[in-house]
Design a protein around this ligand. Structure first.
Ligand SMILES: Nc1ncnc2c1ncn2[C@@H]1O[C@H](COP(=O)(O)OP(=O)(O)OP(=O)(O)O)[C@@H](O)[C@H]1O
Ligand SMILES: [Mg+2]
Length: 486
């Protein structure tokens, strides 16, 4: 039970409620018993005073003639009648109050005492010291040697005959005071048990309300672990569990996207490698089997094998570069790069190839110096990819390499007057393996990695790349980079 979140919530509720109830019971029992004890003491004293008051009225008749506790006074005489009345009062009150009542003369001789309670049978009652000191009514708790226990003594002065004033004294064991507390304790315990029951019902309800959404996330996470990535949990409210659910959904979406990307990537890579490998395998097998006869034909086949091998090497090199970028292992080595110089160098590198394709290659740079703060090797890689595309896909016309300076940045463009690209295809252009012409059997047959490499390299240099294109008119790629500090 304690292994589940719900079980733990219920157990914690139970413990918290139990401890609070125990504490509340202990505190209330302590104060209640003190209150009841004190109240019973003062009630006892008040009642003793009232009885003393009653006796006052009657005892004017009494003569100082003590008699043994239960012996009946002689009938007929007035004092005897008064004494009988006093005895009756003491007996009935002692029963009601559950105390021993004794009427003492000023010299502490027992005038009369109630039947209830212990019988002392003494003429002069030996009380603990200090019980009868002072004038007014008084209540004290003392150890009573005679009865070997703690007793409470409530005393009130009262007249015992016409002339003298004695004491009415009530004696009761201390432990009998506050006996009502035990009943109260049971009420408190009973109320506590009801509170415990109700709070357990609440705990059941609340724990299910708390654990339900957590369970939903756990279930969804479990299904994801089994490979079912299409998970989404319902988000309710704005508490921590809702935050967990929201973050889970975000994570699930990212895992889904990463999984799809990886799946597509593996598919694309296999596809990309299969074409040249099939070609290499087919031609080499044909040569080995002697199917391709004649020096010229064999040479042509070997050329194809060589071209396809180079293509394989190119694709693998690009993939390696992309994986290095993905792993964040590519750190730019920035320095001042003379852009005019770089563009001229690139132009002379591609001059011959452009001429072969019937393309006019031009460099357009401003007068004076234009420097960028960048990594020259990476910038060269970016621009060769763009130039390669411009020559490959324009099929004639002009290709212009240009650079301009702006506020703290430089713009380098590669513009062609070729076939252009449909506007709706532009957003996908920088994705890995994306090509406008799908067939790999086309003359150019690129892998579709060049522009994605450009974009990611430009980003490692802290710049941006954008494309503008009009179908039938041409395409311009513009790279923006931080300018070198003069
Ligand atoms: N200047 C351009 N004019 C017209 N289309 C272009 C131009 N540059 C790129 N494209 C289109 O964008 C696609 C993606 O280009 P990218 O350079 O990424 O791949 P690729 O050239 O096909 O292959 P790779 O560069 O890996 O050898 C190209 O296949 C092509 O269809
Ligand atoms: Mg390319």
């Amino acid at each position: 039970m304690f292994k589940t979140l719900r079980g733990r919530i219920i157990a914690s509720y139970f413990l918290v409620v139990l401890v609070s109830l125990l504490l509340a019971t202990l505190v209330s029992v302590f104060f209640l018993s003190r209150y009841v004890h004190n109240k019973e003491r003062s009630d006892l004293l008040r009642q003793v005073e009232a009885i003393a008051e009653d006796i006052n009225g009657i005892s004017g008749e009494l003569q100082r003639s003590p008699s043994p506790p239960s012996s009946e006074p002689q009938q007929g005489s007035e004092p005897a009648e008064a004494k009988r009345v006093i005895m009756r009062i003491l007996n009935s009150e002692a029963e009601v109050l559950e105390v021993k009542l004794i009427l003492l003369a000023p010299d502490r001789t027992v005038i009369t005492e109630s039947r209830a309670g212990p019988t002392f049978g003494e003429k002069i009652l030996k009380l603990p010291p200090g019980i009868l000191s002072g004038k007014g009514p008084r209540i004290t708790e003392k150890f009573f040697e005679k009865l070997a226990g703690n007793y409470v003594f409530a005393t009130a002065p009262t007249r015992v005959d016409r002339e003298s004033e004695g004491h009415l004294i009530a004696i009761k064991p201390v432990h009998e005071l506050g006996s009502a507390t035990s009943t109260l304790i049971w009420y408190v315990v009973f109320a506590g048990l009801i509170a415990l029951g109700i709070s357990m019902l609440l705990a059941l309800y609340l724990s299910s309300a708390i654990s339900k959404p957590v369970k939903a996330v756990t279930r969804a996470a479990g299904r994801m672990a089994e490979g079912d990535y299409g998970q989404e949990v319902v988000v309710r409210g704005g508490d921590e569990i809702a935050e967990l659910a929201r973050d889970f959904n975000l994570m699930a979406e990212r895992v889904r996207t990463a999984y799809e990307l990886q799946r597509d990537f593996v598919g694309d890579v296999s596809h990309e490698l299969r074409t040249p490998l099939t070609s290499i395998e087919g031609f080499s097998q044909a040569i080995l089997d002697g199917v391709i006869q004649g020096e010229e034909k064999q040479r042509r086949s070997l050329e194809i094998i060589n071209e396809e091998s180079k293509r394989l090497v190119r694709v693998l090199r690009d993939l390696l570069l992309l994986s290095e970028i993905d792993a964040g292992e590519l750190y730019p080595e920035k320095k001042d790069v003379d852009l005019v110089d770089l563009l001229r160098k690139l132009s002379s590198m591609y001059e011959v190839r452009a001429g072969r394709e019937g393309i006019e290659l031009r460099v357009d740079t401003p007068e004076g110096v234009l420097n960028a703060d960048t990594d020259p090797d990476r910038l060269e890689r970016i621009l060769t990819n763009l130039l390669d595309n411009a020559i490959k896909y324009s099929g004639g016309g002009t290709v212009v390499l240009s650079a301009t300076g702006g506020e703290g940045l430089v713009r380098i463009s590669v513009a062609d007057t070729g076939q252009g690209i449909e506007p709706e295809l532009l957003p996908r252009l920088f994705k890995r393996f994306y090509r406008v012409e799908k067939s790999r059997a086309t003359r150019h047959g690129g892998a579709g990695l060049g522009l994605s490499i450009c974009k990611e390299l430009v980003e490692t240099l802290g710049g941006t790349i954008e494309v503008r294109s009009l179908p039938g008119q041409g395409t311009t790629f513009t790279v923006t980079l931080p300018r070198a500090v003069a």
